[in-house]
Design a protein around this ligand. Sequence first.
Ligand SMILES: Nc1nc2c(c(=O)[nH]1)N[C@H]1C(S)=C(S)[C@@H](COP(=O)(O)O)O[C@H]1N2
Ligand SMILES: [Mo]
Length: 559
Amino acid sequence: MTTPTKPRRGDTALAALAGIIAAGVVLGIAELAGAFFRASATPVIALGSTFIDFTPSWMKDFAIETFGTNDKLALLVGMGVTITLLAAVLGGVAYRRWVLGVAGVLLMGAVIVASVLTRAGASLPDAIPTVVGTAAGLLALRWLIARLRHSVAGTAAAGTAASGAAPAGGVTIAAARNDDAPVSGAQGPAPAATAATAVRAPGSTSRRGFFAAAGVTAVVAAVAAGGGQLLAGARNNVAAIRDGLSFPAPASPAPPLPAGVHPDVEGLTPFITPNPEFYRIDTALSVPQLTTDSWELRVHGMVEEEFTLTYQDLLDADLIERRVTLTCVSNPVGGYLAGNAKWLGYPLREVLARTKPLDGADMVLSTSSDGFSASTPLPVLQDERDAILAVAMNDEPLPVEHGFPVRMVVPGLYGYVSATKWVVDLEVTRFADKTAYWTDRGWAERGPIKTMSRVEVPMPFAAVPAGTFTLGGTAWSQQRGISKVEVSLDGGEWQEATLAAEASVDTWRQWSHEVTLDAGSHTARTRASDPVDGLQTEERADTVPDGASGWQTVQFSAT
Ligand SMILES: Nc1nc2c(c(=O)[nH]1)N[C@H]1C(S)=C(S)[C@@H](COP(=O)(O)O)O[C@H]1N2
Ligand SMILES: [Mo]
């Protein structure tokens, strides 16, 4: 390329802006191409998902603790900032040394292609959107840098041809346009003003040309991104499919809910968690959009008979309905990563009876469409506990975020070893042979839910009225049930709380406890007992590797 004109102050900033806009073109065009070619993941989603997969457990924990269920938003914002900075630097580099800039852009493109192709179920054509987007981004960058150089050249030496100052080859696009048309148009009646104006106000004229080009490019990027999203949305109309579903009456309905499962204490969690309030934990940066028509569950591995289930197979089968409390292993003592719903589904023991596991198999590896996996002990899925392939949640088709069209629900085990959403594959295997998503990342192979009691009223550090006051909370010990909840006020003797009715051993059980409070600060402690293992352990444990334990204490004051 030709010797660049000495960069002016301010042009580096504009080159950085060109880089950022070009990055927008890469992502926008890739989004559009992705929708067009029905690619499995767009660059942002693939990069973010790859990042999530490589996130160490401590950082995942930190993210959940700091951002709660906004952890993904935090990731996207962080990625946005990183990409913007990188693009700005690349713009500056490309302005000074075009070849280096190209190398940088190609390197980034290669990184994105690598992350796209390593996603679960990805195939070579999934790289097309990134390749197309990167090519478009390079062209955009070339054009914008050419415009910028044109302005530099026009200022420093009004006679220097735009072609000379443009980055190698960049002229093709620049020259194909009438370079000064938008500028003189914007400027009013001064057709030959370019050079003359440049002398008086360096750069202002052709910088307008740059800004016009930058504006046009940015609009193209935004329109492409928006169009891509619209197209993708219109193509897989999962929401409409979901709305159109109805289910046969369950062959085995949930037992009637006993009266009095929910103590009348203001501020207490509802007994059944409404779907929109149900906690959501998964590694999916964009929620998988599976249709009921295309959904299939492959059942294979150490079995006598492999087979594939369709959605219609499930609807035609005898479905059972059960209330089960799900809990996340990342739930800290006193935390809210637990929810209670009524699920409709097909018993996994029927699936396993049909496939007939071979001797020696001791685990089922369930895998989702987006590559998450969970390892569940085989016997747990065969015994009488009603582990199911769920299709409905609280009398509605599964919400898309909660695994539509089919997920697993297994009473008694933390979600990471059992509750695979968007499940598409069941492999009967052995713990000795296979590992799963979180067990690969330092979490325990077995994940039975630990007995837990939580104080919900009062909230930590709340101020409540002195005098007679009713504390309330929720306890769970799925598969064992809750036999007792105790409360200790201000470190005093343990008192038995009043237990609400029990719906089943797989659902949580709520409690209330009346106390008399003097004005001042107080603490309330709680612990539960289950009929199998007795008193909940007092020993404090972190969530890693197999779930938090310990008795919760809340501080509050009475006035
Ligand atoms: N496909 C998929 N399924 C998944 C997960 C995931 O990351 N991907 N997370 C699991 C974990 S850790 C939990 S606690 C439950 C949470 O289910 P929910 O989001 O419906 O509450 O889903 C489980 N199933
Ligand atoms: Mo979890």
